[in-house]
Design a protein around this ligand. Structure first.
Ligand code: PML
Ligand code: MG
Length: 256
């Protein structure tokens, strides 16, 4: 039987100029689908970019590439929810969870001291917990986790079983967290959105699963953050290559 070709579709949208010319980041999105899914994916990404609380973009790029490498299958992380009523309490829970994941408190402190700078990156920051330094070398671009998707039927079942809303934000956050935690050199991730109307974030770790924290910042705040904590990565480029280029499907059941 002929293998079906998969395509990576990526969208990025900004305002005032393209990102690389200093425009404000509005939205981004990723899909990994077959030919028959391209139309729906492009429409969905177009809609996502143009219905954003960070503003209306005047630059958008939608890029399509065929994927030739075999697709790896990864299980979603187990989920725990922490209900918080203030950003301070939410951030305190996040720090405690990062410590439980194995990050020394002084390294958590060090990362948090640079949150304002790290939040400026469009993608994620890779932070080495042995040296306390950012190691991705990507400046304002950061690392963009790509080529990851969660096929609709499997995600819908998962959302139903876990009593979670069936929306693309939840799907993408869980897919990214599962891919990131699957890298042997990354021990945890912390993330909260840069969208002013979205205050929920999470800590994810191999040891802890996806720990959802319902309030990590105040309403209206456009400062988000995504940090991957690495421990003992010797080849940073291969880690970034995995995050950006390794095709991955999230799958809750069936053979892997
Ligand atoms: C984002 O919107 O960029 C990240 C959202 C993270 C939280 C998703 C959730 O569990 O609600
Ligand atoms: Mg956003």
């Amino acid at each position: 039987m002929e293998e079906e070709t998969y395509y990576s579709v990526r969208m990025r949208a900004s305002r005032n100029a393209p990102h690389e010319q200093g425009g404000k980041h509005i939205s981004g999105g990723e899909r990994l689908i077959t030919y028959s899914g391209i139309q729906e994916a492009v429409n969905g990404l177009l809609h996502k970019g143009f219905s954003h609380s960070r503003g209306t973009p005047d630059f958008m790029q939608i890029q399509l590439e065929s994927v030739n490498e075999p697709i790896k299958t990864i299980r979603p992380l187990p989920i725990t929810v922490h209900q918080t009523d203030t950003a301070e309490k939410g951030q305190a829970i996040a720090r405690t969870l990062l410590q439980k994941a194995g990050i020394p408190p002084r390294m958590i402190e060090k990362a948090y001291q640079s949150i304002a700078e790290y939040g400026e990156a469009r993608g994620a920051v890779l932070f080495d917990i042995r040296t306390g330094k950012r190691i991705d070398g990507r400046r304002e671009r950061g690392v963009r986790v790509s080529r990851v998707d969660w096929p609709a039927h499997d995600f819908q079942k998962w959302a139903f079983e876990h009593n979670m809303p069936e929306n693309s934000r939840i799907k993408e956050a869980h897919a990214i967290a599962a891919k990131v935690c699957a890298h042997p050199g990354i021990i945890a991730e912390v993330c909260w959105s840069d969208d002013p109307d979205y205050i929920t974030g999470y800590v994810a770790a191999k040891k802890l699963g996806y720990q959802r924290i319902t309030k990590m910042k105040n309403d209206g705040d456009e400062c988000g953050c995504r940090i991957f904590f690495s421990d003992g990565i010797t080849d940073t480029q291969s880690c970034i290559h995995f995050l950006e280029k390794q095709p991955v499907f999230i799958q809750r059941e069936g053979n892997i």
